[in-house]
Design a protein around this ligand. Structure first.
Ligand code: GLC
Length: 540
């Protein structure tokens, strides 16, 4: 049996709004992505995943979908989506779309119909509408918080002008949660999956895959504030044990019922030729729970957030790698590796320097399984510094600025250093490009043999061509020296990462350096000298 393409694919995440603008409206578009395909092919990725570009009032960067089967005019139209699918395939790239099943936008026709209809009506039953508590119903149905801060309930005004029912929104008020107990909801999503599968997409990234089923809506949570903090990426949560405890039992996430939904989706995916796949965004704890989403009759992959959140520390990363690999192998699934995305800090900013990010990338590119690369990661972009007046993320507004939100990781890509807006757009970009992005522009990095871009091209190229980096080659752990992570892939490739502050000299039986994140690495007379915070690939 041949190995399905996604098992060890490198998948590049495109945030369409910030990729490349061709119509001067300051936001990227599908035509811009088509223009960028040769660049992505040259980078050495196997597939692209696009964050949502569907009809949306854009209150949460398009994760508030008003029509999942219609391209938002800001990005193009449905013909452009079909052209993009064909163009990606012409370049030998697979293409994955984002599906957002936990909620719709409040602009979706269903929600508008629900507002106009009466309590108890079939229109309201597609969402979670409840009466409030207290004599006048002015207290929300429970004390749960939105992941973005504040209550997750909003009270509506009924059609007759009276204060009405409350609806549940785990995210922004503009993202009413769908009621998955209602078969109409499942039927509509089946229609959406088939709509895009029929048009040739190779798979889906499933947004908030763990959120679709809610339980015990009438019961208050003991620490709703703590739970929100625990749930937010980058939250400084001192008491890690308590954090884990909060995340291990959430009334609105990771309920048993979600798995029936994915079993049904798997049947749909399997009914199409060509290894169509789905990857779950399930930010849940403990990590062993994630394996449940990738059982043989459910989804294919899940993002490995434990690895993404691990410190640059040999010990911590080894635990994350081993644990995930062991848990997933029990269900016959392979891990994925991700260093950042549109919701997190960029990896260079998270680790605080480009050298560490390069070392982490080289380590990650040698791990067995799927790889996700977030646009701009290959250029070594840091988070953009954004004035509060330009911020757009609802997290910033819903926390009254206490959490700056995720805009820093969503700043448009710099293509050409000498052009207006660094070649991203000839219009006013939706978020400002910092001047320091100039030195990270694609044209500058292409010319510099030592740039992050050329480093990624080399390591992604080797990842694909090296016989020991394929899906079937084993990972074997080698010696443990404090602060050093070392493993072998297959027969001939050895990976050594030094996460300490010191340059180390280590006995080494491998014969030659294949690729090093730091050019000062040497291998002479059986001694590997590896600089602080660096990784090397060695061959026999
Ligand atoms: C996911 C998305 C994030 C979005 C949220 C609500 O976590 O990645 O960007 O805000 O879901 O849809």
């Amino acid at each position: 049996m041949s190995t399905p393409w996604w098992r060890d694919a490198a998948i590049y995440q495109i945030y369409p709004r910030s990729f490349r603008d061709t119509n001067a409206d300051g936001e990227g578009d599908l035509a811009g992505i088509i223009e960028g395909l040769p660049y992505l092919k040259r980078l050495g990725v196997d597939a692209i995943w696009l964050s949502p570009f569907f009809k949306s009032p854009n209150r949460d960067g398009g994760y508030d979908v008003a029509d999942p089967r219609l391209v938002d005019p800001r990005f193009g139209d449905n013909e452009a989506a079909e052209r993009l699918i064909a163009a990606a395939h012409d370049h030998g790239l697979k293409i994955i779309f984002d599906v957002v099943p936990n909620h719709f936008s409040s602009d979706h026709i269903w929600f508008q119909e629900a507002l106009a209809a009466k309590p108890g009506s079939p229109e309201r039953a597609r969402f979670h509408f409840y009466e409030g508590k207290g004599a006048d119903g002015s207290i929300p149905p429970n004390n749960w918080n939105s992941v973005f801060g504040g209550s997750c309930w909003t009270r509506i005004t009924e059609a007759d002008g009276s204060a009405g029912q409350w609806y549940l929104h785990l995210f922004d008020t503009s993202q009413p949660d769908l009621n998955w107990e209602n078969p109409e909801v499942a039927a509509d999503f089946e229609k959406t999956l088939r709509f895009w599968l029929d048009r040739g997409v190779d798979g889906f990234r499933v947004d908030v895959a763990h959120g679709l089923v809610k339980e015990g809506i009438s019961v208050d949570h003991p620490d709703p504030e703590g739970l929100t903090r625990a749930l937010r990426f980058d939250a400084e949560f001192e008491d890690k044990e308590y954090r884990a405890q909060l995340l291990s039992n959430m009334p609105f996430f990771d309920r048993e019922g979600v798995h029936d939904i994915y079993r049904a989706w798997r049947k749909i995916l399997d009914s199409y030729a060509g290894d169509r796949m789905a990857v779950a965004e399930a930010f849940i704890s403990p990590s062993s729970r994630i394996a449940r989403y990738v059982r043989p009759d459910e989804l294919h992959q899940s993002f490995n957030f434990d690895f993404m959140l691990a410190d640059w520390s040999a010990a911590e990363m080894r635990v994350a790698i081993q644990q995930t690999s062991a848990e997933l192998s029990e269900v016959g699934a392979v891990p994925t590796w991700v260093l950042n995305n549109h919701d997190s800090s960029r990896v260079v900013s998270r680790l605080g320097d480009e050298g560490k990010a390069r070392a982490l990338a080289l380590l990650t590119h040698a791990l067995p399984g799927g790889l996700y690369v977030y646009q701009g990661e290959e250029l070594g972009l840091p988070d953009g510094v954004i004035p509060d007046s330009a911020r757009q993320d609802p997290v910033f507004f819903r926390t009254n600025g206490a959490d700056k939100g995720r805009d820093g990781a969503r700043v448009p890509l710099p293509w050409k250093s000498a052009e207006l807006n660094l070649g991203f757009s000839t219009g006013e970009p939706w978020l400002p490009l910092p001047s320091e992005y100039g030195m990270h522009s694609v044209d500058v990095e292409e010319l510099n043999p030592h740039s992050m871009l050329n480093f990624y091209r080399t390591s992604l190229g080797l990842r694909k061509s090296h016989p020991d980096l394929g899906a079937r080659s084993e990972l074997t752990w080698l010696y443990s020296h404090e602060g050093v992570l070392s493993f072998k892939r297959g027969e001939s490739l050895t990976v050594v990462a030094n996460t300490t502050e010191e340059q180390l000299s280590l006995p080494e039986s491998a014969k030659a350096i294949l690729l090093a994140s730091n050019g000062d690495t040497t291998l002479e007379n059986g001694v590997l000298t590896i600089p602080s915070h660096s990784t090397v690939w060695l061959t026999n």
